[in-house]
Design a protein around this ligand. Structure first.
Ligand SMILES: Nc1nc2[nH]cnc2c(=O)[nH]1
Length: 161
């Protein structure tokens, strides 16, 4: 594929993600949509389902990743590209990293989301270290802290991910 064809395809999938996001508003969901495209060209869609499913993790990108992984029958989406209507929040970025997504394209950014009342930009500040008060995280190192990892290392049939 030439670079021009590649960028045409990117524009098409990004437009698809934005259309999903806009359509999702009328369906009672948040204004976010996403598309996962696998290396062999299969396309999986996701829309934000947080309020409809009472699931705070049901961001469009996470829904698209879950849909793709379930359809393919593999938790590893290596080589797949994620197109999303809005800059992925830290949750969605983490989901993409765990899925081994190779690249992310987004349309609107965290500031556009903030202007619409969403906390994406604030959560970035938390991860950058400037808003620790948002959610303190503390460690208690108990005697069995590492027992689960020891069990994992010794389990010969483990499926690594
Ligand atoms: N990128 C993104 N940001 C969000 N902020 C709130 N919901 C979402 C979502 O589904 N996707």
């Amino acid at each position: 594929m030439t670079m021009a064809q590649d960028s045409d395809q990117s524009a098409r999938y990004l437009k698809q993600a934005v259309e999903l996001a806009t359509g999702n508003v009328g369906d009672g969901g948040g204004p976010f949509g996403a598309v996962v495209v696998t290396p062999d060209g299969r396309v999986y869609e996701g829309v934000n389902r947080v309020t409809r499913d009472n699931d705070p993790t049901a961001h469009a990108e996470v829904v698209a990743i879950r849909t793709a992984a379930a359809a393919i029958g593999n938790f590893d989406l290596a080589g797949s590209v994620l197109y999303t209507s809005c800059e992925p929040c830290p949750l969605c970025l983490s989901a993409a990293l765990w899925a081994r997504i190779v690249r992310v394209h987004f349309a609107a950014d965290r500031h556009g989301a903030a202007a619409a009342g969403f906390d994406d930009a604030m959560f970035y500040e938390y991860f950058e270290g400037s808003r620790p008060e948002l959610m303190p995280v503390t460690r208690s190192d108990i005697p069995t802290s590492n027992a689960p990892f020891e069990a994992w290392r010794h389990f010969v049939d483990r499926v690594e991910y």
